[in-house]
Write a protein of this length. Sequence first.
Length: 446
Amino acid sequence: MGVPLLGDIRDQAGGLDRDQRNAFLAAFLGWMMDAFDYFLLVFVITEVAKDFGTSAEKVTVATTLTLIARPLGAYLFGLWADKAGRRIPLMADVLFYSVVEMISGFSTSLTMLLALRFLYGIGMGGEWGLGVSLAMEKIPPAKRGFYSGMLQVGYPAGYLVAALAYFVITPIFGWRGLFVFGAVPALIALYVRYRVGESEVWERTNARLQMTRTPLRKVFFDRKVLVRFFYLVLLMTAFNFMSHGTQDIYPTFLKKGLHHSPHYAVGIAVIYNVGAIVGGVVVGTLSQRFGRRRAIVGAALLALLVVPLFAYSKSAALLAVSAFLMQLFVQGAWGVIPAHLTEMSPDAIRGFYPGVTYQLGNLLAAINLPLQERLASGHGYPFSFAVVIAPTLLAVVLLTAFGREAHGVEFGNAPAVPPDREQVEAEPVEAERTTRPEGRPGTDLS
């Protein structure tokens, strides 16, 4: 497996032109710094609670508000991107969440911080869908697996940068200094402005929509597109429970549950985010060879085997190993998602469709952190991990296995107007008409 995998990585990683590389880098940096800003609060929940004279449980409401606001951001910025192109909305989104993040550092009360974290969630919700649609529309189909994994790796990479920033900035400037530093991602907007071209797929699709006078709502309300939308929301709900269930309370578990120092907790976070980065690249790359669903199911099943070790370990070595393995498989499965969701999305609404399905899943999973904290207060953190993570991983396996995929679909070649019902039954729409890179027929999405 090792040698073929290295060959696959080499083949999929190379051969991009300058514009394709710049689009990918812009999307990666945007998502990385987005995750960096989000996880800053996770590391300083106890510090913020002490500063405002409140409980950690009340501070965790801020993360819930962020998750709740993300679908709104995906909706607003996604619609804008489908009408006006990817670049300008992406720049505006990055500037917006960077400014809000910086202002968070000057919060004078918990109420002000909660309001700002809701606004930040709007920006965070918009970034992923815009960045993914821009990057995946430019990446050649045969290379999507690797770059899908690399793009999603921006999330644990942002977590890793947040952990390192906690080490460096907090001792000098406190938790407020971390949020002021969160203005740095605004520089990404300048990079996009000068280095990244507009999506050619969007330009071709927009020209056809203008010629046929097809409103975007007509595309969305096509029966199969709508059914697929609700399926993807369920899938993303399971995915987000899987991710947040293994990450959000883990630093608190180490500090409060096992009484380790904050620096010890951050050190473990660095270790398991290295595992997440490796997993995203490896499983994303393998999805190009074995298909999106097989790669996700395989990673989720391996994560399921790690749950007992992850939930009940106490020694330093086992904590590090189990956390590394859990994120290797969890974020490995996530590494397939940028390619999977964009391939399942109609051309005309690709700015809106992947981001909103992803962020609605986040909305439904927003109860995870308060739920796990409540379970932990009554039954301990190991119980809290086990009863949330194991069923979630099983749900990921079943939803993925019984779902569909559009592995290798060519973007930008579908008709602007969806077929009517009779045509749909006889001839699958857009993402369903595809050929896998190795020549096997694509999977029907009915």
